[in-house]
Write a protein that binds this ligand. Structure first.
Ligand code: 3PG
Ligand code: MG
Length: 411
C-alpha cells in the first residue's frame, strides 16, 4: 500500500528540533522493563535523526495513568534502557508537567545529535481529550518545543491524543513539517499490503476472548480474505449461533444475531469460515490462570457438556487450522486460540503459531496478546512481521483511518 505521507526521509533536520512521538508503553514489573520490543522498534527513526544532526526530543505515554502522575508510571526506566540501546546519553526530563520550564531548559541546552526524553504524556490529564477540546493547550506546548514533528508511535496511532495528532496542527501553524517514522511506515506497509493487496490465498485467523472486540475486524476481513478462521473464547458465540451446545463456555448472547449474519455473509461471498470442531474443556477457568494441574478433556464442539467450559481448540481443530495455513500465501493472525497463559491450554495457540512459523507465506501477527503468545512460544523470529500495536493494528484491520497517520503532511 503506498503511503502518501511525508516520512523522516523527506525532512531536512540538521540543527532542527524534532519532536518524535514514540510508543514506549512497555510492560514493567517492579520497575523493570519485561519486554523492550517497542524501544528497539523505535531505534531506526531515532538513529536516523541523530545522524542527520537533529536535536531529538522524544515523548510517549506509559500505562493508563488512572490515578494521576506517579513514579510507577514514570518513563525513567525507558530513558535508561534507551540510552543503553543508543549508546549515548538520553537526557530525561522527569518533570511531571511534561512541558514547561524544565523541558524548555533541556531543549535549549541541546546540541545537534542530542536526545531528550520528556516525561509520560499522560501525566498531563489533557493528553487524552479529543481534538478541539482541552488537549489543545498541551499540544501547543509540545509543538512550541520543536520545529518539526515525527509520529512513530504506531501502537498509539489510533488515539487522537494531544501528542499523537493534535500537535501536528501547531507544528504546521508555525511552518514546520509533520512526518511519519520508519516504524509507522513498516507497520503500514505490512498490514496495509496484507489487507488491501494480499498475495492469495489470504487466510485471516482471529481469536481472543470477546467477539464484541472484533466485530468490525471480522466484518472487514471477511470481505478481504479467502478463509477466515475463528478460535479463542469468541468462537463459542459463533458455535452457539449455529445451534451447538456450548456448556458454560464464554458467550455473548447479544452478539448471536451478528454471528449468524457473518456466517451468512461468508456463505454469500463464497468465503470459507472455519470454526472449532473440537474443544478442550475443564470444570472452570483456571485459577490462578497458569495453574498447571488443571484437569481437561477434549470433546466435539457441538456437544460441550453443560457443566464444562471450553478453554482451547482441540486436536482435530489444530490440524484443520494448520492445514488451512499451509495453503495460504498471506496470513494475518490476531488473538490467541485458548488460554495460552496456561501451559495445559496453550497447545491450540502453539499449533497455530507453529503452522505460521513453518509456512513460506507472508505471516503478520497483530500485536497485543498474539504477539505476546508468539514471543512466549519462541516463534517470533519466524514471522514476517509482528506488529507493535494491539488496538492500533485491530483498528487498521477494521479498515479505519488512524489519527497518527492522517495527521501527517501529505507528500
Ligand atoms: C497499547 O499498548 O495498546 C498502546 O500503547 C496504546 O495504549 P492505550 O491502549 O492505553 O491507549
Ligand atoms: Mg491498548
Amino acid at each position: 500500500m503506498a503511503l502518501n505521507k511525508k516520512t523522516v526521509d523527506d525532512l531536512s533536520v540538521q540543527g532542527k528540533r524534532v519532536l518524535v512521538r514514540c510508543d514506549f508503553n512497555v510492560p514493567l514489573k517492579n520497575g523493570e522493563i519485561t519486554d523492550e520490543t517497542r524501544i528497539v522498534a523505535a531505534l531506526p527513526t531515532i538513529n536516523k535523526l541523530i545522524s542527520g544532526g537533529a536535536k531529538v526530543i522524544l515523548c510517549s505515554h506509559l500505562g493508563k495513568v488512572k490515578n494521576g502522575p506517579n513514579e510507577g508510571e514514570s518513563l525513567a526506566p525507558v530513558a535508561k534502557r534507551l540510552s543503553e540501546k543508543l549508546g549515548k546519553e538520553v537526557n530525561f526530563v522527569a518533570d511531571y508537567n511534561v512541558t514547561g520550564e524544565a523541558a524548555t531548559a533541556a531543549v535549549n541546552a541541546m546540541k545537534e545529535g542530542d536526545v531528550v526524553l520528556l516525561q509520560n504524556t499522560r501525566f498531563r490529564g489533557k493528553e487524552e481529550t479529543k481534538p478541539t477540546e482541552a488537549g489543545e493547550a498541551f499540544a501547543k506546548e509540545l509543538a512550541d518545543l520543536a520545529d518539526d514533528y515525527v509520529c512513530d508511535a504506531f501502537g498509539s496511532s489510533h488515539r487522537a491524543h494531544a501528542s499523537v495528532s493534535v500537535v501536528t496542527k501547531y507544528i504546521k501553524e508555525k511552518g514546520g513539517s509533520n512526518a511519519v517514522g520508519y516504524l509507522m511506515q513498516k507497520e503500514i506497509d505490512f498490514l496495509g499490503n496484507a489487507v488491501e493487496n494480499p498475495v492469495r490465498p489470504f487466510v485471516a485467523i482471529l481469536g481472543g476472548a470477546k467477539v464484541a472486540d472484533k466485530l468490525n475486524v471480522i466484518n472487514n476481513l471477511l470481505e478481504k480474505c479467502d478463509t477466515l478462521i475463528i478460535g479463542g473464547g469468541m468462537a463459542f458465540t459463533f458455535l452457539k449461533a449455529q445451534g451447538c451446545e456450548i456448556g458454560k463456555s464464554l458467550v455473548d448472547d447479544e452478539k448471536l444475531d451478528y454471528c449468524k449474519e457473518m456466517i451468512a455473509k461468508a456463505e454469500k461471498l463464497g468465503k470459507k469460515l472455519l470454526l472449532p470442531v473440537d474443544t478442550v474443556v475443564a470444570d472452570s477457568f483456571p485459577d490462578p490462570i497458569d495453574n498447571p494441574s488443571i484437569a481437561v478433556a477434549t470433546v466435539d464442539s457441538d456437544k460441550i457438556p453443560a457443566d464444562k467450559e471450553g478453554l482451547d481448540i482441540g486436536d482435530k481443530t489444530r490440524t484443520l487450522y494448520a492445514d488451512a495455513v499451509k495453503t495460504a500465501k498471506t496470513v494475518v493472525w490476531n488473538g490467541p486460540m485458548g488460554v495460552f497463559e496456561n501451559p495445559v491450554l496453550a497447545e491450540g495457540t502453539k499449533a497455530v503459531a507453529k503452522a505460521l512459523a513453518e509456512t513460506e507465506a507472508t505471516t503478520i501477527i497483530g500485536g497485543g496478546d498474539s504477539a505476546a503468545a508468539v514471543n512466549q512460544l519462541g516463534f517470533a523470529d519466524k514471522m514476517s512481521h509482528i506488529s507493535t500495536g494491539g488496538g492500533a493494528s485491530l483498528e487498521f484491520l477494521e479498515g479505519k483511518e488512524l489519527p497518527g497517520v492522517y495527521a501527517a503532511d501529505d507528500k
